[in-house]
Write a protein that binds this ligand. Sequence first.
Ligand SMILES: [Fe+2]
Ligand SMILES: [Fe+2]
Length: 317
Amino acid sequence: MLQAEFQLAHLTDFHLFQSAGAPWRAFLNKRSLSYLSWRLRRGRTNPPAVLTGLLDGLSSRMPDHVVITGDLTHMGLPDEFRRTRRVLERIGPPDRVFVIPGNHDALVASSRQYLRRAWDDYMAADPGLREEGAASDPDTYPRVREQNGVALIGLSSAVPTLPFSAAGRLGHDQRRRLADVLTRTGRQGLFRVVLVHHPILRGQVRMRKSLRDAGELRALLRRHGAELVLHGHAHRHSRERLNGPAAPIPVIGLPSSTADHADPDKGACLRIFSIVSQDGGWRVGVRDTRPNHSGTGPQAFSSSAWSLGDVLPNISK
Ligand SMILES: [Fe+2]
Ligand SMILES: [Fe+2]
């Protein structure tokens, strides 16, 4: 059971780009399209300085845990993984920062080995919470961390896909293990936060960017429940709900943490959830801090507060 307020920060979709030094052979695949998208658009819309500003805000009030929902790299190149490793170390130690991969981190099959080498400890489950099969397969998900009454349940929807596709997939085995994890952590009365890179609701992204087995995941969540679902990938804010067994499940999407955008729906945002026990359930407050859209002058921030609504029931009761 939650003993006190638990602060959970959400960041996502850094798309940190680093092409210098990569051999031309590294681009004879899907990376060439990502390179092009950077040169044509993201290089202007996603300056890393935006993330630096958000992290300055984070360092003054380190939350209990930071979750990052994928696409930390743009092309899945070794130097991008090394660069993002340095950013992760700046955010916090591996036992306070939990990373799941996005489709850009698994852009080509070889990205997977760089990802494991660079972020293994930041993606690791708590020792003792490795689910069935994890010992024999280093890519096994979900990965679960539990702290002070909160279960962080990391999924991987990152799979290499054909050019022009940014789709994701969990697969049958991961979904089966997720059902077991949700059942166990629900019975224990933990506040279950499901982390997934791709949005899970219908119509949130175009088909070529969608989670292929989102329907199966939604059915599973409706049956077993969760207290919160966080995702990235769509690069825009979204606040939705999915029917759960006891109460609607908030499904919350966040824009890219490097997005310098005039549209407030698409601009970077540091989001911190404050989870507290109340009346046998939980109350969740949210604080968003956004850098003002760049232009001239020093970067400044604005903050707003909202909540996930009424007290969320604890289904173990
Ligand atoms: Fe992304
Ligand atoms: Fe993505």
